[in-house]
Design a protein around this ligand. Sequence first.
Ligand code: ARG
Ligand code: ZN
Length: 883
Amino acid sequence: KEIFLKDYKLPDYYFDTVDLKFSLGEEKTIVSSKITVFPRVEGSSPPLVLDGHDLKLISVKVNSEELKDKDFHVDSRHLTISSPPTGTFSLEIVTEIYPQKNTSLEGLYKSSGNFCTQCEAEGFRKITFYQDRPDIMAKYSCWVEGDKSLYPVLLSNGNLIEQGDLEGGKHFALWEDPFKKPCYLFALVAGQLESRDDIFVTRSGRKVSLRIWTPAQDLPKTAHAMFALKAAMKWDEDVFGLEYDLDLFNIVAVPDFDMGAMENKSLNIFNSKLVLASPETASDADYAAILGVIGHEYFHNWTGNRVTCRDWFQLSLKEGLTVFRDQEFSSDMGSRTVKRIADVSRLRNYQFPQDAGPMAHPVRPHSYIKMDNFYTVTVYEKGAEVVRMYKTLMGSQGFRKGMNLYFKRHDGQAVTCEDFFAAMRDANDADFANFLQWYSQAGTPLVKVTSSYNAEARTFSLKFSQEVPPTPGQPVKEPMFIPVALGLLDSAGKDMPLFSVYHDGILKSITSNNQPVYSTVLRVTKKEEEFVFPNIIEQPVPSILRGYSAPIRFESDLSESDLFFLLAHDSDEFNRWEAGQILARKLMLSLVADFQQKKPLALNPKFVHGLRSILCDSSLDKEFIAKAITLPGEGEIMDMMEVADPDAVHAVRSFMRKQIAAELKAEFLTTVENNRSSEEYVFNHPNMARRALKNVALAYLASLEDEEITKLELHEYRTATNMTEQFAALAAIAHNPGKMRDEVLADFYNKWQHDFLVVNKWFALQAMSDIPGNVENVRNLFNHPAFDLRNPNNVYSLIGGFCGSPVNFHAKDGSGYQFLGEMVVQLDKINPRVASRRVSAFSRWRRYDETRQTLAKAQLEMIMSTNGLSENVFEIASKSLAA
Ligand code: ARG
Ligand code: ZN
């Protein structure tokens, strides 16, 4: 059943207090809830409809009286109380559930013998009957009891009020959360866990106990997570003035978790891959992801928990904002430019394709069948870009003012995206024109600009035009409000001073404190629009969309030499990188055309020269160099083609990598040599940057089949003292098929087979391989003893990894499609949410040639015809076929 934003209705009843009691057992768990209910409209008593799924109802009482059969109705999704008393009443419900059988990892389930919960978005209804919607905010207490030796640790939200022993080897804990919350933030954990303990003193002097819980043997690997948590708490005070509001903050790491992590009030639950790290077992990328996600979940305490969403269509209200906050946190902890580059690449590689496909939806969707399908890169990452645009328009201080007003107005409430917009606008007295379109229109706007210089009049003009492509359900679009940050470079490569600009024929000053600016933000709001800069004394090279100031596709009339100029001189480092990427994309597309016409491939020497000067420029940040010499991904190039051709794109990218490696071999070898270090592993920017550069160089070299290089790779593999370098060497060796590859892969497995997270890396590396016919290897790994289809990390590594190799997933014989089709059907019976996320690999099937279309479509149809298909998979598969 499809649910629509426009159908939102206020609830008929509110809940004031909720007292829960869990009696945990091996066969069954008994959940008792006592809720104080009151009607929204005094004196009215319409039927009370509660959500519930996979529950066995034991009893219902209203005001302590057991209800008779005729007074309530239960179906597979609801419990309806036909005529509740008028006024406030108490409702007591007892249900029985079976967490040990719950493979959906939603509601209460078991992971490695421990109990844990995941309630967002609609999992609380698998625990007890409830109005499972975020605008029902109540104060909770939670009594947990269970076997003391099996479950020595019993956790829930808020403060621990009491604990003690019970008869029969059992014990209990009573928790109370003083803050009102929606049920999606409820959490419970019980099991054999130990904690790393620390303390954070807030700036107003509150002493907060911090605990990170894992099985005992993993405790040493929680040091980085604790560092990240304390850094995040400090950062939120410094940047937003936001303090933690309880005396206890718990994080629990579990190996079976559907997504990354969950911000349950004072009891965050994490996928263990986003908590556990040691230099030997986790890479720099893992360390960075842990920093970002620990920050993300912590930041939700204010943006998500204290102020939450009115309904699930507003998800980006908390997610877009919190992603933006975690991006800023990571930027401040490392390199801002490099973080921006990584975030923009992610948007281009994952969100652009979604926005151009059958699942395209606005940042605030208009409808859904299963909300779980809308935890997307659009809601999260594009949503974060929308938040970033407020900051671009108003500056850090203006943004902070808006945040302050948002909390002042809405603390303790469940609100909408308009409420956030209004706080930003009102706090700054701003005119945001048609900015709200960003929440309602799907599709990536295409903005084009042409420039002209009038030497006589000394004016420089920029003419913008924009178009938002049609998306399912939205054939016609309005123009959007696009903030365009820009500067003009003089012939020496310096930013020119800017004083004013003509817009609609009106001259507007853009000085700041009567001083010229060197970068400004234009407000592009119409389909076509011109801006003219006066007093420009020489022909400039414009640097447009600095810092990627809007989530758009952007085309300019800059020449190749302009782009090389920007690559060499732009003061905006993001745009320096971008200039190189534009050059690379153009080159790749033209080589793809050559390849398709069976012309010989040749690499533009100017491009190689540009790469060499970046690589050898010792004044540049090493991580920036690593990013700047990395070619755009295959997906990004396919996304720009009329008909996506995975074979041609792969051939061209491989050709280019090999050619670059051959021409810059000496430089790459020196780079590897100069960036070795025998020092102990440290997670900080200079060290990560050094390793990043070394590993990019090694990866280039790996494309040369050359004995000297093989020796080097083996040397790096054997001498590495951290996972970042060891894994990069392993990947380099695994690049080329052969005996060496098999041996080293086996060696790596033997070394790390006891470590679940490292084994997942090992699965992923092999699954992602572009080696021809890799589907057979992946099928073998599927039967590997370490592989378990019930574990989302295993699925993500092996099946997700496989779809990350376009040549193999889109193999012309359909073998890749067939593999994924089979996997989806099997997975759907275990965990619909995990299955559904994998189906999206099919969703852009119309982008390929006819043969591939037929094959992919057949798999989608096969999936659709499966008996007992989940709504999750149904939604993605049916929309993919329809669009
Ligand atoms: N709210 C979480 C976060 O972004 C993600 C939701 C988890 N959902 C899930 N189905 N596991 O931080
Ligand atoms: Zn989040």
